[in-house]
Design a protein around this ligand. Structure first.
Ligand SMILES: Cc1cc2nc3c(=O)[nH]c(=O)nc-3n(C[C@H](O)[C@H](O)[C@H](O)COP(=O)(O)OP(=O)(O)OC[C@H]3O[C@@H](n4cnc5c(N)ncnc54)[C@H](O)[C@@H]3O)c2cc1C
Length: 377
């Protein structure tokens, strides 16, 4: 068993250690931790997405040996915008990335809800609420604070049993998390929420966020970095819908002019379509010395725009608790206590927000309530 101070240093070293590790090992054996000046040890992170890089950045900056296994060959070059809420930006401050997000991102000044014909249902000043930033820009900013030798690209994470030399294993491998499956079996796979989503970007500039709601369908427009406008759309449909850009144009082509203009400028290359899933409740986000963070623990519908924000808060919170010690198991128990309930509530609230936005019955009452609230604030 190597000491925690030695930890993991390179993909080659890890691969050779994995070779030596028994594949049938049933329990994970933590290495020796140092608690001088904050707990230090070694961490193996499965997945170099948002949650994984946040945890890695926090731990590396406090003297941990961290290896991030990322199956993709490199960071993504393209992608759509994410809304970064204040709790996420504060967490990013703890790893030195908050300033980058504030300067690269576009502050959300104003938000509106409209009907398909363009009439405004509700709207208001949202200054200070969120920064909109593309996923590639966020990941690039995170990668800047995770030293280059910490991430092994093009390498799927080894099985948990093959990572027994790490003091802690962090499952940050997203919606279809192999780490979650190893911990809790196949009975906790994400479930389809009954909707597909399109996302894309077109050249241009806009100030405010607009969501346009109709029965079983919604369309959103937001500013973002890079001189681009971000758009998204969602409809209720059976899983496996792959209509692509043609589908979104046929479903939303008669909505108000701002939507028509964006769809006219959209291209197949800048349009993504994904069915939407959410995680079922997990019995725990931790087991032994393994912790789940981000979508691996709590994938949620995108309607409150919180998935990536919670992934950031998870990664930083886990890092902070590990450094606080006194040992890995206590830190992981505290992480589970702190993060499981609020994120479960957000999974439910996100589904509810989608139901409200895409409601059929009760639409008029909903709009009246929204108008009243807007008038009062
Ligand atoms: C339509 C839509 C809109 C959204 N809008 C917002 C928004 O506005 N604001 C917001 O906060 N959130 C938003 N989200 C949610 C957000 O995208 C996710 O919650 C967030 O990306 C989760 O981060 P993560 O790091 O947990 O997972 P991911 O970003 O999925 O990262 C997981 C990483 O693990 C890697 N990986 C997977 N398996 C393995 C393996 N076996 N070995 C090694 N690596 C592996 C993957 O390649 C990936 O890099 C939206 C989601 C959708 C679908």
């Amino acid at each position: 068993m190597p000491s925690a101070e030695q930890g993991f240093r390179s993909g080659t070293e890890i691969r050779s250690r994995n070779h030596a590790a028994s594949r049938t090992e049933a329990t994970y054996r933590p290495g020796r931790l140092s608690t001088v000046g904050g707990m230090k040890g070694s961490a193996a992170v499965a997945g170099g997405g948002i949650a994984g890089l946040c945890a890695a950045a926090y731990l590396r900056a406090r003297g941990w040996d961290v290896t991030v296994f990322e199956r993709a060959d490199r960071l993504p070059a393209t992608g759509t915008a994410l809304g970064m809420w204040p709790s996420a930006v504060r967490a990013l401050d703890e790893i030195g990335v908050g300033g980058r997000v504030r300067s690269l991102g576009v502050e959300q000044h104003h938000a509106e809800i409209r009907r398909p014909d363009g009439r405004v249902v509700a709207g208001g000043d949202t200054r200070g609420a969120a920064y909109l930033l593309s996923r590639p820009a966020l990941l690039a900013a995170l990668a800047e604070v995770v030293p280059g030798d910490a991430t092994v690209f093009g390498t799927p994470a080894p099985a948990i049993a093959d990572l027994s030399a790490a003091d802690v294993i962090i499952g940050a491998d997203g919606l279809r998390s192999p780490t979650r499956r190893q911990l809790f079996g196949a009975g906790h796979e994400p479930r389809y929420v009954g909707r597909t989503a399109w996302r894309g970007w077109v050249p241009g500039h806009r100030d405010g966020v607009v969501e346009t709601w109709d029965t079983d369908a919604l369309f959103g427009l937001t500013p973002r970095d890079g001189g681009l406008i971000n758009w998204f759309a969602s409809v209720r449909t059976a899983p496996g819908n792959d209509e692509g850009l043609a589908g979104v144009r046929s479903r939303f082509g008669s909505w108000h002019p701002e939507i028509r203009e964006v769809l006219a400028a959209a291209t197949a290359e800048t349009t993504l379509q994904h069915d939407l899933y959410e995680s079922p409740p997990l019995p725990s986000y931790v087991r032994d010395n393994v912790a789940l963070v981000g979508d691996a623990a709590h994938a949620m519908a995108p309607n409150l725009g919180h998935g990536a924000c919670e992934a950031i808060v998870d990664g930083v919170t886990l890092g902070r608790l590990l450094v606080a010690g006194p040992d890995v198991r206590t830190a992981l128990r505290r992480y589970d206590r702190r993060r499981r309930m609020p994120t479960r509530l957000l999974v439910r609230a996100s589904r509810l927000a989608a139901d409200v936005a895409m409601a059929g019955r009760g639409r008029r009452s909903r709009d009246r309530v929204l108008r009243t609230l807007t008038a009062l604030t």
